[in-house]
Design a protein around this ligand. Structure first.
Ligand code: 9Z3
Length: 313
């Protein structure tokens, strides 16, 4: 029998800095509640499932973090306050445009004087400037908060803790659950403390089912919020059926269904009585349009209808 969500939290300890994060999230929410703005909690990246307490090996879930980080930029652009709950070292908003060697290639060094100077190559200014402007605007508005996780258990604790501060936004809160969350894990009580030794032979690792926290999240933690989850599959034949199954089980508002191979160009927004294809053509991709922009525009409209519907009741 899988654990209930209550048992999961009782058996898996919170991250050591949970209280600091709680304060940060509380302050952030309090500040933006005053201004009446909409808020979105975006989850992004994959969770890890450690095989040892002093973790050398772990099972990972697929997600680069592109969906979440691109969406965070578009939500900020249209005025939402954004809490970005993301897998540490996965792709981050703004930085994604200039990460790694790409960034170093944009710079040039002038060593002609005693004090060398570094500047952005003039050929790169047009590319970096819009990103930098948007990044600075997000920083100045103080509407962007990043919270990092690595393991499944940390993710679930941080998700629950963040949800404590969203009910005061009522229907103006959106949850955009794009993180790839493991369905299986090794319970803390069954995990060896130290690195598994090969001299002991091939290990048999028993994975338990992770309780579905979408259930308490929708019904108890943020009952008035606009909750969107993602459904990732690799088989087209079961995608919509699984999305509908999740909707009828958890009773949230929309499931964004995507296949791993086509996730950059096609997402189906499944609602209890409808489905809308969000598609990016080859031409649009070449023009630099991202599907996350289309998803966020669609959700903004749906969220508006939801808020209007909730306040008129
Ligand atoms: C998604 O389906 C996301 O769209 C992707 C984005 C992870 C495919 P990337 O980060 O990819 O841009 O590389 N997220 C949800 C994945 C997931 O694990 N969903 C669970 C499920 O399908 C429910 S929470 O059962």
């Amino acid at each position: 029998m899988p654990l209930t969500w209550e048992q999961f939290y009782a058996e898996n300890p919170p991250p050591s800095d949970l209280e600091q994060t709680r304060h940060k999230v509380e302050n952030f929410c309090r500040k933006h509640l005053d201004h009446g703005s909409r808020i979105v909690l975006i989850t992004s990246g994959g969770t890890t499932v450690p095989l040892e307490h002093h973790t050398v090996r772990f099972v990972d879930n697929f997600s680069a973090g592109t969906r979440g980080s691109a969406s965070a930029e578009y939500f900020l652009e249209i005025g939402y306050s954004v809490i970005f709950l993301y897998r540490l070292k996965s792709i981050e908003p703004y930085l994604r445009h200039v990460a790694g060697a790409k960034f170093l290639d944009m710079l040039e060094v002038d060593e002609s004087s005693e004090n060398p100077t570094i500047s952005v190559k003039s050929s790169e200014v047009q590319q970096i400037l819009p990103v930098l402007r948007k990044y600075k605007a997000a920083q100045e508005s103080q509407k962007f908060l990043q919270v990092g996780f690595t393991t499944l258990s940390d993710y679930l604790w941080l998700l629950k803790t963040t949800c404590e501060f969203l009910p005061s936004f009522g229907s103006r809160a959106m949850l955009y659950l794009a993180a790839a969350v493991s369905d299986f894990y090794v319970p803390a009580t069954q995990m060896p403390t130290h690195k598994i030794q090969s001299q002991d032979g091939a290990p048999t690792i028993q994975l338990d089912l992770v309780p579905k926290v979408l259930q308490p999240l929708v019904s108890l933690w943020v009952p008035d919020a606009f909750v969107i989850s993602f459904k990732l599959e690799t088989d087209e034949n079961i995608l919509i059926k699984k999305a509908r199954g999740a909707l009828s089980k958890y009773k949230h508002k929309i499931v964004l269904a995507n296949l791993m191979d086509t996730r950059r160009s096609r997402v189906v927004a499944v609602t209890p009585d409808d489905q809308t294809e969000i598609i990016l053509t080859e031409e649009q991709t070449q023009q630099g349009l991202e599907i996350e922009k289309c998803i966020v525009d669609y959700l903004k409209e749906e969220h508006t209808k939801f808020i209007v519907g909730s306040t008129s009741q």
